[in-house]
Design a binder for this molecule. Structure first.
Ligand code: GLU
Length: 543
């Protein structure tokens, strides 16, 4: 085709595109950022499901942009209209809000590089496609589904690489007249690039996480515009990351095999290639095997799971931090006064293979996180959860604020603060006996009353004004006066001599007032309950 014919073809295919790519380049100039500032983007497809891998991706984008004084923006990649779900963008928004991973620019809050929704950028993509047609680097392809299928079957049989390339790219050299005929017949078509690649060549992906990866060069005449006039992911992200001036594309490593296509597109369009960081998928151990987290099998794959389970968003972020950088956890345990943003995240410390998503570890991180909050802050943080998911307890919490905070405050200071709370749900589970309304409905058939007489005596001699030491001395006196050993050691030496030991008394009191086998410091619990309530519970227990 001559230069003039290509111009004519471009006009025929894109009569409505009047702007030039030069005009677009001017409209979206280089960003004015300090040296080393990273521009990252979270680019989800609105399929109506937000998974934890997506959140990890957004978190990575957020961290690296924030820590470099760069920009983190949100782009909605909705060119696949078959998978499009109307409410999906709301879900993306609310998830980012819940976890406080908010982009500073993009589909939620606008900016100078929009529109940030791909379906609203059709003209932009078509401007570049028109330009590629004029340059002879792209062409309309009218091949039918059946023809493509036939080619594929032949290639499979001959064990050749699959796709439209070389001799299989039959529409590559259609004349202008042939194309006009197709168009006048209203034949549907896609636009493909004319790949300049060769099967003999390789390209190198300098991945920030995985290091250098050598891949075969792309030879396929990749589809860049679909029949509906919208671009494919491959083309759209290249245009967008160029015009929006992304400096690092952080995405899942399922995209590594497509990298040669993307590299080729950047080069054919004359764009500078951004840096790439491909992170490994989240995995899980099952029957000795390791597999990817799955939407169907794993509730924790969905981002909504965490909120419903009362898992704090900060706990999830801390956990993701341990996944993102292998040296984070140790740092976090040593730096109790710092925020995760004080940690120096680095692509070099990211795992290159699949990362185990260990719920137990998540729980432990949450325990540590909660143990570092003041009782007041823990209380405040938990309120919205109960307001949404357990209105009755929410009322108890607000009616008995001081009581609950006193309870949460037990064993909070000191070197080894208590770690019995991993989720907001645990606050109710652990404190349930502190609320008379709930306590008297509790049942625990495993706990029996074994030392009735001593319990009754204890109810009588308990003194609210005792210090912790005096309190213990009092129990000791009670033990000695009633033929209980004052220590376990004494008891073990002559078990037949005693009715039991001091530990039995404490256990029995704990059982009576909490109906649990474990609790935070008993002295503090008793003090909060008060003498009258203790006596009431002991009498109740004995019955
Ligand atoms: N829309 C793509 C996806 O959801 C994004 C990949 C990317 O970040 O470039 O998989």
């Amino acid at each position: 085709m001559s230069d003039n014919e290509r111009l004519e073809l471009a006009e025929l295919l894109f009569p409505n595109i009047k702007q030039t790519r030069e005009e677009l380049e001017e409209r979206y100039p280089e960003r004015e950022l300090s040296e080393g500032a990273k521009v990252t983007r979270f680019a989800p497809s609105p399929t109506g499901f937000m998974h934890i891998g997506g959140l990890e991706s957004a978190f990575l984008d957020y961290i690296y942009a924030e820590q470099s004084n760069g920009v983190f923006y949100l782009r909605i990649e909705d060119t696949d209209r078959e998978r499009y779900v109307e409410e999906a963008t709301d879900l993306i928004k609310s998830s980012l809000q819940t976890f406080d991973i908010m982009p500073s620019e993009g589909a939620l809050n606008g900016g100078n590089y929009g529109p940030y929704v791909q379906s609203e950028r059709k003209e932009i993509y078509q401007t570049y496609i028109k330009d590629l047609i004029i340059k002879g680097l792209a062409y309309p392809c009218f091949m039918s589904k059946e023809e493509l299928e036939e080619i594929r079957e032949g290639q499979e049989l001959r064990k050749e690489p699959l796709g439209v390339y070389g001799v299989y790219a039959v529409d590559r050299d259609l004349s202008l007249d042939e194309i006009k005929e197709h168009l006048s017949n209203n034949d549907s078509y896609v636009i493909r690039i004319k790949s300049p690649g060769s099967l003999e060549n390789t390209v190198i992906l300098h991945d920030l996480i995985k290091g250098d990866i050598t891949l075969p060069e792309n030879v396929i005449d990749e589809v860049i515009m679909k029949k509906d006039g919208l671009p494919t992911y491959h083309f759209a992200h290249v245009i967008d990351d160029h015009l929006m001036h992304t400096t690092v594309v952080i995405r899942g490593d399922e995209w590594v095999p497509s990298f040669p296509k993307h590299l080729q597109l950047f080069s054919m369009l004359g764009f500078k290639t951004p840096k790439y960081a491909h992170y490994a998928p989240l995995t899980k151990k099952e029957n000795g095997n390791v597999r990817k987290l799955s939407k169907r099998k794993d509730p924790e794959f969905s981002v909504e799971f965490y909120e419903k389970e009362g898992i704090p968003s900060m706990g999830v972020k801390l956990f993701l931090s341990t996944i993102i950088n292998t040296n984070f956890e140790e740092w976090y345990l040593q730096n109790s006064d710092k925020s995760f943003m004080d940690f120096n995240f680095s692509f070099k410390k990211m795992p290159t293979g699949g990362t185990l998503f260990d719920m137990e570890k998540l729980n432990n991180i949450c325990r540590t996180y909660f143990s570092r909050l003041s009782a007041e802050d823990l209380y405040k943080e938990a309120l919205p959860y109960y307001e949404k998911y357990d209105k009755d307890f929410y009322k108890l919490m607000t009616d008995n604020k001081d009581l609950l905070i006193s309870f949460l405050n037990i064993e909070r200071d000191g070197k080894r603060p208590r770690k019995d709370i991993a989720t907001y749900k645990d606050i109710k589970n652990e404190s349930i006996y502190m609320f008379n309304d709930l306590f008297y409905n509790l049942e625990n058939n495993e706990i029996k009353c074994n030392h009735k007489d001593i319990l009754l005596k204890y109810a009588e001699c308990y003194n609210e004004n005792d210090t912790q030491d005096e309190w213990y001395e009092r129990i000791k006196d009670l033990a000695i006066n009633n033929n209980y050993a004052a220590s376990v050691k004494e008891f073990k030496a002559e078990p037949d001599k005693y009715n039991g030991h001091i530990g039995d008394i404490c256990e029995e009191v704990r059982h009576a007032v909490t109906l649990k086998t474990q609790s935070p410091n008993l002295y503090d619990i008793l003090k909060i309950l008060g003498k009258e309530e203790i006596a009431k519970r002991i009498n109740n227990f004995i019955k």
